[in-house]
Design a binder for this molecule. Structure first.
Ligand SMILES: Nc1nc2c(c(=O)[nH]1)N[C@H]1C(S)=C(S)[C@@H](COP(=O)(O)O)O[C@H]1N2
Ligand SMILES: [Mo]
Length: 429
């Protein structure tokens, strides 16, 4: 069958469109997407999906959960790093993704839509590729910027979507690799960077179906197009990365959803959800507040804040690192070790995991499950103080969890009850 070698005259007349330019954008995505995928899988594992009621409830997580492992508590900054990379890279790749879609857009409208069974499969993989890619980027960006606006939980959507998307990427790479190699060899990258608009000519029309039959006069060189995309990515980096890298870059993090200057003083670091938004009433965290600690042993104790303060106090310097990519520098937390609290209810040796519940009556993140390795780490605290001061109401007064290397969401604020060795997490949530 004869494949039309050029596109019909139509709205898609840019002389820049062609296999070389598409392949350059594709190559950048091919380097970035595996890193997004791996850091995403790690983040999913870090959420203790086998335990946590706030996460994916698919029994056994299906086949795709096969890789799951117990997320470590060492090094304490690992989640901050992997999730910072995941979110920053995702944002930075947006211009490249858009440019790649722009460069192939005429192909999405070719007629007839299906020419043969092979072509049909190819089109189907493109549908999953484009649909999956847009889905992953859009859900990710919405989660970062707008909180949780999804039907159901973000985690399973983004997780299963990622597998579909990556499957389609693999099929696409396998189908297109020979063409990509040929296209990249067809032009010299450095020569291209020296070619101004006046000398910009369309690529030779091969069978790619990307090159316009009636190309318009160039208004921009390929160098200009690559530069524009690169500049877009760089600017996005500047306005995003500071929320995770911190330091002076925090000042340029204009897109940081939780503000660049979260405040001064010991409690002056970002607040994900203030007490008022979480419907935590002052009376729930005032004089009458009590902590209940229960064990699988059947023992339980109820403690006042003063009694907690009289237990041995320990310090840990740990960051809060949210799934949304923002993180804090290390904060100096002080409080009671989780393993000491386990010992109070009969789990002095080999303490089990713990189910943590907050005074918060409604909304997400009011309960979370921590694994045994997280409880046993001596840096895991029920913190009463931060940076030398009492916790502010927004940071979880009177007591909050901090765990090394855990996603921010595990650091439950306004804690009311700890149940060590609970096995019925699902029902209790
Ligand atoms: N009870 C309760 N604890 C919570 C949350 C919440 O909404 N309710 N948010 C969690 C999330 S998602 C993060 S990232 C951290 C943020 O801690 P911070 O607000 O002190 O910065 O708190 C966690 N603890
Ligand atoms: Mo978070």
């Amino acid at each position: 069958m004869k494949v039309p070698s050029r596109l019909p005259a139509g709205p898609w007349r840019s002389p820049l469109r062609g296999p070389w330019l598409t392949s350059v954008f594709g190559l950048v995505l091919l380097l970035g997407i595996p890193l997004l995928f791996v850091t995403g899988l790690l983040s999913y594992a870090a959420y203790n999906p086998g335990l946590s009621p706030l996460n994916d409830k698919t029994p056994g997580k299906g086949l795709l959960g096969l890789y799951l492992f117990s997320w470590p508590t060492h090094p304490y900054w690992l989640y901050r790093l992997t999730q910072g990379i995941h979110v920053t890279l995702g944002v930075v790749l947006v211009p490249v993704l858009l440019a790649k879609l722009w460069s192939v857009v005429p192909k999405l409208f070719t007629l007839p839509p299906v020419r043969s069974p092979g072509h049909a499969l190819d089109r189907l993989s493109l549908l999953l590729l484009v649909g999956g890619g847009i889905f992953e980027f859009v859900t990710g960006l919405l989660n970062v910027q707008l909180d949780y606006v999804f039907p159901g939980s973000f985690y399973p959507l983004h997780f299963y979507g990622a597998w579909v998307f990556v499957g389609a990427v693999l099929a696409h790479v396998a189908l297109r690799m020979p063409q990509v190699v040929r296209a990249l060899r067809s032009r010299d990258f450095r020569a291209e960077l020296r070619t101004p608009t006046s000398r910009t000519k369309p690529e030779p029309a091969a069978e790619s179906g990307l090159v316009s039959t009636h190309p318009a006069e160039p208004t921009m060189s390929r160098r200009g197009a690559l530069g524009m995309v690169g500049l877009g990515s760089f600017v996005l980096f500047l306005v995003t990365a500071g929320q995770s890298i911190g330091g002076p870059l925090r000042a340029t993090a204009l897109l940081a959803p939780h503000g660049r200057q979260p405040g001064d003083g010991p409690n002056g670091f970002p607040v994900n959800k203030p007490a008022a938004t979480a419907h935590v009433r002052p009376q729930d965290i005032g004089e009458n507040w009590r902590l209940t600690v229960r064990g699988a042993t059947g023992q339980s104790v109820t403690l006042t804040l003063d009694q907690l303060r009289r237990l041995p106090q320990h310090g840990s310097a740990l960051p809060i690192a949210c799934v949304e990519g923002w993180s804090t520098e290390n904060q100096h937390w002080q409080g009671v070790r989780l393993r000491d609290l386990a010992a109070l209810v009969g789990h002095a040796i080999d303490p089990p995991g713990v189910f943590v519940e907050s005074v918060q009556l409604a909304g997400s993140f009011r309960a979370v499950a921590l694994r045994a390795n997280q409880v046993r780490d001596g840096r895991s605290l029920l913190a009463l103080r931060v940076n030398g001061a009492e916790l502010s109401p927004d940071h979880g007064r009177p007591a909050r969890i901090v765990v090394p290397d855990a996603p921010g969401v595990m650091n439950t604020k306004w804690v009311r009850q700890l149940t060590f060795g609970a096995t019925d997490f699902e029902e209790r949530a």
